[in-house]
Design a binder for this molecule. Sequence first.
Ligand SMILES: [Zn+2]
Length: 136
Amino acid sequence: MDSLWNLFFVGDKFLGIEWHAWKIIGWFGNVAFFSRFLVQWYATEKQKRVVVPIAFWWLSLAGSLLLLAYAVFYRKDSVFIFAYAFTWIPYIRNLIIHRRAAAGQIPCPGCGLRSPQAANFCSACGTSLRQSEPQG
Ligand SMILES: [Zn+2]
């Protein structure tokens, strides 16, 4: 049991880190920023083509804002602050562009892929995107 304790605790510090609120905020920022890479990789492997899912931009935005807050209010380090001072701009812009593009598309009832309004069939699964007219 002591060896397990010694694996995670250095002295009285978990992983050798002195934990407090700003450390937790900074680490949440790191986790969000790192996990976007896993989300993008998973989406690409799943669709067998390079894709950037909307979750990638949300995780990028959350991670960069948390790390910016950590840099500004805790570290007060100009290099660290500058590294995250402007990264949120393209993330928000990409979220806006994605929202506008998605608003003009229709979801496939078969697989959920969004297609342009003018499409008659889903390009992924071939399901008809036009609701059948009532017979009468
Ligand atoms: Zn489909």
